[in-house]
Structures are given as structure tokens and as C-alpha cells.
Ligand binder design. Structure first.
Ligand SMILES: Cc1cn([C@H]2C[C@H](O)[C@@H](COP(=O)(O)OP(=O)(O)OP(=O)(O)O)O2)c(=O)[nH]c1=O
Length: 200
């Protein structure tokens, strides 16, 4: 039996998203897009990540017949949206805000295909232990925080800061795989060989 991996168009430059999709057997044609990521006045964090995921998917789908996925991740604490850090000071300020507290990670995923645009937005709660200033500086020096929302990577050294998580680990890394698989199957992608499908 030969298993042919379904091909998806991935409107993302994130290596994490491609690796997460590979982990569930989905091969991606990578097509990063540049969209305006400025939050709108009064926009909630959930509406913000959902809008960006949708805009990425729609921009990535242009001119293609492949099912196309866009996603966006933001770290949220006290109602503030933390994106990627600009520099060391910004990263340390973010980690100071997260130190010793619970916060939310919101990841939205949008998938275009025969069923139109399908979306999901997942909130995961993360508790961090207190982080010393020396640890923040050492963490920045690893290079890991630079391209991560909230200035940390749960799949990397920041795992040492994460005391508890309630929700989806893959969503914190960049793509909620449970919800993503459901959206891909609804768009007609076969994630199992020989027509085996998810029980609905
Ligand atoms: C909180 C957290 C975020 N991240 C990453 C996931 C996302 O790649 C990134 C948030 O930035 P995003 O803007 O969501 O994504 P991106 O710019 O990396 O890729 P693209 O817009 O092209 O899809 O932070 C981790 O890898 N680990 C974590 O623990």
C-alpha cells in the first residue's frame, strides 16, 4: 500500500507550522504572504488573530486551486496583544509581564477550499514560573525568542519556564492540530490512506 501525502498550500513562512503539518502527514507547498498586521482600534485579540489568519489564507490562495491554510498566533496578557519582540529590551519586557503568571495564547487557523473559508480560533492558557532577569538575558542570547509571539518558544528552552498548560500545545507552537485536521478533512483532504476517515 502506498500512502500519498495530501498536499496543502501553506500561506506561512513559519517553519513550525510546516513541521506541525508534516507531523500529521500533510505535505505543504510553502507560499508565504505579506499582509498588514496592524491591529484595528478596539479589535479583540480573538478577532485580530482570526482576521490575520483569514487574510493570510485568502492572499495565499490567489491563483491556486489547492486547499490553502493561513494562521496567526498572539500571546495575550491583561488584554494586551504581544507579538514578536523588536529587540532584547522588548523581549525582556514581554517575559517580565509573563513571569510568575498565567496568560493566554490565541491561535487562529483559516482554510480555503471547496467549502469556502473555514476557520477556528483556539485559546490555550499557559502558566509561567517566575523568571529571573539573568535568565531573560541568557534566553535572548540563544536567539530563540526573536521570531516568536510573546518572545518565547514553548517547544524550546522556554519549556523550562512553563509550569502548566491548559489547552492545545500545538496551538501554542503555531497551529492547533486537532482543529486543523478537522478543517482539512472538511475541505476534502484525505488524512488517512484507503479512504479511512475521522469518525464524525
Ligand atoms: C508562543 C509561541 C509562539 N511561537 C511562534 C509561532 C509563530 O510562528 C510565531 C507567531 O507569529 P505569527 O505572526 O503567528 O507567524 P509567523 O510570522 O511566524 O509566520 P506566518 O505569518 O508567515 O504564518 O510565534 C512558537 O514557535 N512557540 C511559542 O511558544
Amino acid at each position: 500500500m502506498t500512502l500519498v501525502a495530501p498536499v496543502l498550500r501553506l500561506a506561512s513562512a513559519s517553519p513550525r507550522r510546516r513541521e506541525l503539518l508534516t507531523s500529521i502527514g500533510v505535505t505543504s507547498e510553502v507560499a508565504p504572504v505579506a499582509i498588514d498586521e496592524t491591529p484595528h482600534a478596539g479589535e479583540s485579540a480573538g478577532d485580530y488573530v482570526s482576521r490575520l489568519a483569514r487574510d493570510k489564507a485568502l492572499a495565499g490562495a490567489a491563483g491556486s486551486t489547492l486547499v490553502t491554510l493561513g494562521s496567526d498566533t498572539a500571546v495575550v496578557i491583561d488584554g494586551a496583544i504581544l507579538g514578536k519582540p523588536r529587540d532584547r529590551e522588548h523581549a525582556c519586557a514581554m517575559l517580565s509581564a509573563l513571569s510568575g503568571r498565567w496568560h493566554s495564547v490565541m491561535t487562529a487557523v483559516a482554510v480555503t477550499g471547496p467549502q469556502g473559508l473555514l476557520q477556528a480560533c483556539v485559546t490555550t492558557r499557559v502558566a509561567m514560573r517566575p523568571i529571573a532577569a539573568t535568565e531573560m538575558a541568557a534566553y535572548w542570547a540563544t536567539g530563540e525568542p526573536a521570531d516568536k509571539a510573546g518572545g518565547y518558544a514553548i517547544q524550546g528552552r522556554a519549556a523550562m519556564f512553563v509550569e502548566r498548560i491548559e489547552g492545545s500545545h500545538s496551538a501554542v507552537v503555531g497551529l492547533p492540530l486537532y482543529e486543523t485536521a478537522q478543517l482539512l478533512e472538511r475541505q476534502g483532504l484525505a488524512l488517512w490512506p484507503d479512504g479511512a476517515g475521522a469518525v464524525s
